[in-house]
Design a protein around this ligand. Structure first.
Ligand code: GTP
Ligand code: MG
Length: 171
């Protein structure tokens, strides 16, 4: 058949937001990890959609590893940015990290798509994706296509909608 277009995706977000859980759900069932542990440094994962072949750099969100993120900006074709919608206390830290990312010289002005997952929507005190979007001032992003989906990574809900958007904007 036709070769799928190969794309590099960088997965960012604070520690414990659910990045690895999301990526794990997108992988073929027979390669999924049974147990998710906090990422050390980063991990490289692969999966396919109907038209794209993804190589994902699943970064650690721990503060001591966040300085690694910027080394992968140049070679990335898309970003998945994951937010723990129930973590109100750290939403300002999330916004700081997002703004630092958006203003980076390798990212600013580049039309690279950014898919946001407002994750952990199953938790009692989770904010809606609209609220998360307001808190992070996503409306101010004018130089790139972006999209936000509410998700529950444990059950795999909302992930396909996000992936469909990403595929649509990249094919
Ligand atoms: P780092 O690798 O440390 O940056 O964290 P991470 O963003 O990769 O988070 P990880 O996927 O390891 O998930 C952290 C915890 O959140 C795990 O216990 C997951 O089971 C849990 N989790 C992830 N997604 C969800 C979700 O949608 N709902 C709920 N309730 N828990 C979730
Ligand atoms: Mg992880």
């Amino acid at each position: 058949g036709l070769r799928k277009k190969e794309v590099n995706v960088l997965c960012l977000g604070l520690d414990n937001s659910g990045k690895t859980t999301i990526i794990n759900q997108l992988k073929p069932a027979n390669t999924q990890a049974q147990e998710i542990v906090p990422t050390i440094g980063f991990s490289i994962e692969k999966f396919k959609s109907s038209s794209l072949s993804f190589t994902v750099f699943d970064m650690s969100g721990q503060s001591r590893y966040r300085s690694l993120w910027e080394h992968y900006y140049k070679e990335s074709h898309a970003i998945i940015f994951v937010i723990d919608s129930s973590d109100k206390l750290r939403m300002v830290v999330t916004k700081e990290e997002l703004d630092t990312f958006l203003n980076h010289e390798d990212i600013r002005g580049k039309r690279i798509p950014v898919l946001f997952f407002a994750n952990k929507m199953d938790l009692q005190d989770a904010m809606s994706s609209v609220k998360v979007s307001q808190m992070l001032c996503l409306e101010n992003i004018k130089d790139k296509p972006w999209h936000i989906c509410a998700s529950n990574a444990v059950r795999g809900e909302g992930l396909q909608e996000g992936l469909d958007w990403l595929q649509g904007t990249m094919s």
